[in-house]
Design a protein around this ligand. Sequence first.
Ligand code: PSU
Ligand code: MN
Length: 306
Amino acid sequence: MLKNYLEIHPEVEKALKEGKPVVALESTIISHGMPYPRNVETALNVEQIVRDNGAVPATIAILKGKLKVGLTKEEIDYLGNTKGVIKTSRRDIPFICAKGLDGATTVASTMIIAALAGVKIFVTGGIGGVHRGAQETFDISADLQELANTNVAVVCAGAKSILDIGLTLEYLETNGVPVVGFGTDELPAFYTRKSGFGVDYRVDSEAELAKAVKAKWDLGLQGGMVIANPIPEEYQMDYDTITKAIEDALKELDEKGVKGKESTPFLLAKVKEITGGASLESNIQLVYNNARVGSKLAVELAELSK
Ligand code: PSU
Ligand code: MN
């Protein structure tokens, strides 16, 4: 039955069969998270970094209604360069499939498709979370619910302060999702290494991380894990600059009445515009950094699972 929906790239399929490390990558970051052509360039570089660190990259998207695990260069270019690719979260998947449409997958839907294919480790930039003002708007990313239920570990650079980081952590705690700091006691805030919030566990090596990931699923503890890897020092943004940019972006979001699935892409684009592109450079570098850690984690996990 699954075969009617799922198309795994032969290289990825072979690696999975042989128990080799595979790293899932999302596609909303390509279509809605960064401008062309930097998005495509970044996506291809990330795939190369995964390879250089001993794993096979599997960029995930929905193309003509098929759930694709592993894309060609042409497909990545298409996603980055085509208007009207739909930002696809859990609720959207059945309709994108049924109508044969193209969908860029968020953290939530990438986790779903990775899990269907048997990919355990997923690298991205930032996860969605509880938005500021969620007490009024109820805007809570479906990414959090997916982390509660789907067995994929997500390597990211923490939670962006376009979100309410404190409430995001509360939500994850309630749902039993471990939040791990990679080499840090403090949750990184995407563009900056510090957020003022602690993590649940600090882990200093990929090998140690792999043991915890394995133990979680060996014990049948359903759900994912957030592995928060701070942006390298030399690429982090000035705290006051980024805070001001985010506040201005949030104000404009409010004035324009932007809501629902448009909120996150709107805020990302605004922050980039306000910072004159500096946030984009940081964003790209933190994804590269996550790709290095995620690939090494996949290698360690494959080794442990032999
Ligand atoms: N954060 C980023 N870049 C992104 C996203 C989040 O720094 O591209 C994307 C991811 O795909 C994430 C999604 O899953 O936004 C969350 O959207 P929402 O808040 O609508 O759930
Ligand atoms: Mn939302």
